[in-house]
Design a binder for this molecule. Structure first.
Ligand code: HEM
Length: 420
């Protein structure tokens, strides 16, 4: 084994190179150790599942619980959804930490309020926000697309949808900024931000109970199923998870997506031409392909075996954590033709970027709406958009669950100069 040469050497996970481009390491794992016990940088051990077939099965496996109480390790390691600060703020009882029957009850209630129709009606507002941000940086001919575009879009969109009044939305932007910058690091400021956000949400829920509106929080309060309602704590945790699950994911979908497009000029040109013809087919498959090729959620959130089981032939003990590596599964050549090639027109694309099974992304319709609107507006309004730095200078955030760029410096000809 030892003299098999460098290509067969087990790659180092969680290094700087790995954060920049984890895909070669995942290809190695898929081939040589598809269900691999790994010690994470935090010191906690977990199984990494990297093959598509195993990943899909694991995501739907009823003996893998989302409840951190099933983790065999001592307390400190528990509660790892990748969402910072939730423990201290008493926001743990949300969809990504619970199993049926509680999960079934809460998901049914939230689905009554967070409907595809509500999302579809929100389309003009997303377009308005997108245009507002492009208007903001457009005249400069340069921008950091993360800071100036991908970051504010989802936070203001979700605030609007939830019913956070406009005058309070900047506070949310600041709290969210604190969490995204320090998510994997020191907790002091993050914990404070989460506590403030929770206090605000509880107070907002009180206000909406008194004066209901047309917004999602009022919908959550109103939603009932066989006479059951969300408790106040459940409603606050639900609003929090909607904000959280829908925020950094969308930032990264736009950031990673634009980055991929800028690195694949022929594909990007085809998409631009199709948009210029007023078509939407290619835009729709493109967003799915960008999710598959370099999606925002690298690993699904933590799962814990409630009983001994096998995954891909590997015995897993009760209490062991299991991490399904969506980014590895979605490049599995056993499922996808030419998996390392970007093909915006790819049709056979059952990627796992939104997960699978009962925890399948609740916000997928909103994510698609935001990503399609963002990409279409950027490529149409700024047709010569290009990277302003050498790609080797780009830095990726090093979190475990999410994959995203710290900054995405771009330049382009301002609209006014083009029409002149
Ligand atoms: C769950 C991805 C956007 C709300 C998930 C899961 C994934 C995912 C992979 C499953 C996690 C697991 O099983 O461990 C994404 C991606 C997005 C996105 C790639 C791209 C932008 C959103 C948005 C919202 C949202 C915009 C809401 C506003 C949720 C919620 C869950 C979830 C509430 C938990 C569902 C449950 O446990 O039943 N998402 N998400 N997501 N997502 Fe998303």
């Amino acid at each position: 084994m030892n003299d098999a040469g460098p290509t067969n050497a087990e790659p180092e996970l969680f290094s700087w190179e790995f954060a920049t481009d984890p895909y070669p390491a995942y290809a190695w794992l898929r081939e040589h150790a598809p269900v691999r016990w790994t010690t994470l940088p935090s010191g906690v051990g977990a199984w990494l599942v990297t093959r598509y077939g195993d990943a899909r099965e694991a995501l739907a496996e009823g003996r893998l619980s989302k409840n951190p109480a099933h983790h065999a390790e001592p307390a400190g390691a528990k509660g790892k959804t990748g969402i910072p600060g939730e423990r201290g703020a008493d926001l743990m009882t949300h969809l990504l930490n619970i199993d049926p029957p509680d999960h079934t009850r809460l998901r049914r209630l939230v689905s009554k309020a967070f409907t595809p129709r509500r999302v579809a009606e929100f389309a003009p507002r997303v377009r308005e926000l997108t245009d507002r941000f492009i208007d903001g940086f457009g005249p400069a001919g340069q921008a950091d697309l993360i800071h100036d575009f991908a970051f504010p879009l989802p936070i203001y969109a979700i605030c609007d949808l939830l019913g956070v009044p406009p005058e309070d939305q900047d506070d949310f932007r600041d709290w969210a900024g604190m969490m995204i910058r320090h998510g994997g690091g020191p907790r002091g400021g993050v914990a404070r931000s989460v506590k403030r956000m929770r206090a605000y949400l509880v107070e907002l829920i009180h206000r909406k109970r008194e004066h209901p509106g047309d917004d999602l929080i009022s919908g959550l309060i109103r939603a009932s199923d066989h006479g059951e309602h969300l408790s106040e704590n459940e409603a606050a945790a639900m609003a929090f998870i909607l904000l959280f699950a829908g925020f950094e994911t969308t930032v990264n979908l736009i950031g990673n997506g634009v980055h991929t497009l800028l690195r694949h000029p022929r594909q990007r040109a085809a998409l631009q031409e199709s948009l210029a013809r007023g078509e939407s087919d290619l835009l729709e498959t493109a967003v799915e392909e960008l999710l598959r090729y370099d999606g925002p959620v690298e690993l699904a959130t933590w799962r814990y075996a409630t009983a001994p089981l096998t995954i891909g032939g590997q015995p897993v003990a009760a209490g062991d954590p299991v991490l399904v590596v969506l980014a590895a599964a979605d490049r599995d050549p056993a499922r996808f033709d030419a998996p390392d090639t970007v093909d915006l027109a790819r049709r056979d694309n059952p990627h796992l970027g939104y997960g699978h099974g009962i925890h399948y992304c609740l916000g997928a319709p909103l994510a698609r709406l935001e990503a399609r609107t963002a990409l279409a507006s950027l490529l149409t309004r700024l047709p010569d958009l290009r990277l302003a730095v050498d790609p080797a200078e780009l830095r990726w955030r090093g979190g475990l669950i999410m994959r995203g760029l710290r900054t995405l410096p771009v330049e382009f000809t301002p609209e006014a100069d083009r029409s002149a």
